[in-house]
Design a protein around this ligand. Sequence first.
Ligand code: NAP
Ligand code: ZN
Ligand code: ZN
Length: 347
Amino acid sequence: MPTVNAFAATSASGPLSRTTIERRDVGTKDVLIEIAYSGICHSDIHTVRGEWGDITYPQVVGHEIVGTVTEVGSEVTLHKVGDRVGVGCMVNSCRECENCIAGEEQYCLNGNTGTYASVDRDGTITQGGYSTHIVVVEDFVLRVPEAIPFEKAAPLLCAGITTYSPLAHWKVGPGSRVAVVGMGGLGHMAVKIAHAMGAEVTVLSQSLSKQEDGLRLGADHYYATSDPATFDKLKNTFDLIVNSVSAKIDINAYLSLLRLDGTLVSVGAPPEPLPVQVFSLFGNRRSFAGSGIGSIRETQEMLDFCAEHGIAPETELVAADYINEAYERVLASDVRYRFVIDAATLA
Ligand code: NAP
Ligand code: ZN
Ligand code: ZN
């Protein structure tokens, strides 16, 4: 088994640090990927800090991975040595349940195998992208189009697909009025993708400090949620609200902004519940929904969509030794708009 360099959490409260981990030998249907870049998702922070439940340490996180194929198993047909590829939030699923058969393996009824902190098919705990190499079964590996700059592509594998999927599911297009709550890693991708789909896009951010960026990225309107007048002004306005906030917010206040048959979909995953008053849903026959990542098929569709529309995440490239500082900046909403680790700094 190859031993590779990585950056791991060793407890819920301590900093992440350098380590080595073992990757499995390349199986007949596996590809070995030399990781080039790995994004930092807020889910990595929720996970290592035990906010979603206890995990086993040491744990390497990271599920926004791009790299180059350096070895393929004897039965691999989808990828070849030298290909630019990506790996997102899952690396396998049962392939047998109703949802897997429907091509929605992110909702595998037996639990998809997460790229990290998940029990793998061989019983080991999966270790994520803050490392130099990863071995993944070929059909959970994506093709990264040449048109997307490689050093910016990684965040598409989670932030991109997690926002593309609900926008596509709720059929956003010309004439749709879409609001994006929180302009961080997911939020800024929601703005770019919804704009490219033809929607009228409004950002609802805590303050106006990122207004100029929001408008540059494709938003038509930008409001501060710290100003109570925002909620009066925008009552009954939106067809779809994508909530990307990592913390608890007053969901009823945001539901009041939906027009007839509008939906508020939460992709943000705070550890605390978001209590809903049913009366917030009665008016305008509103819906409150959730959405988790996206299927492999849809992730490829999203990558191709981004290539076609010239969409790439706004990123700040950092060295591995900066990960702990990057976490503090993500928690302070001081990220413009996704940190990407240069895996060469782990070598
Ligand atoms: P992020 O970069 O930290 O962005 C979150 C944004 O939420 C911040 O930039 C900030 O935007 C806003 N925010 C933060 N704290 C807030 C507070 N107390 N009140 C109001 N707004 C606040 O995080 P991310 O990586 O985009 O992830 C966002 C959430 O999505 C996380 O909970 C993550 O775990 C979850 N997630 C879910 C899925 C899924 O499959 N559903 C996939 C990936 C991530 P402003 O400064 O603009 O207000
Ligand atoms: Zn993520
Ligand atoms: Zn399944």
